[in-house]
Design a protein. Structure first.
Length: 134
């Protein structure tokens, strides 16, 4: 099973519910990691404040920190290969990375403009407003 590691900036807590403001991304990733662990996935989070040695021991993370620094965190790796930076993967992405499911693309809405190839509009036909006088 792939080893997923999430390296995070220095946080006072990993749940996102400390302090006056709740960080929803931390709440979500905490729930997602627990969900995957419950499914048997090899997934772990490392906080720069409480586990700096985890950052120093991993060559990929050490190189990332040297080039980008903590401003590029969170960093997610799978078997030592960087897969995301600057944002947490979604639950679907984590499931796919763990080999426990497929990442489903988020549905993208397409705005309906009400046009078709048949609609004449103001520029349709030979008498449309867009015609240049001869």
């Amino acid at each position: 099973m792939p080893a997923i590691r999430i390296y995070e900036s220095a946080l006072c807590c990993d749940t996102g519910v400390c302090g006056p403001d709740v960080d929803q991304s931390l709440v979500d990733v905490t729930a997602d990691v627990r969900h995957l662990q419950g499914l048997g996935a090899d997934i772990a989070r490392h906080n720069l404040a409480s586990e700096p040695t985890a950052f120093a021991e991993d060559e990929t993370v050490r190189g990332f920190m040297h080039l980008v620094g903590s401003k590029g965190l969170p960093l997610t790796t799978v078997d030592g290969v960087t897969v995301t930076t600057g944002t947490y993967p979604s639950r679907g992405q984590l499931l796919a990375l763990a080999g426990l499911g497929e990442a489903k693309a988020e549905p993208q809405s397409r705005p309906e403009l009400g046009l078709s190839e048949r609609s004449g509009g103001c520029c349709g036909g030979s008498t449309g407003c867009c015609q240049v006088p001869a």
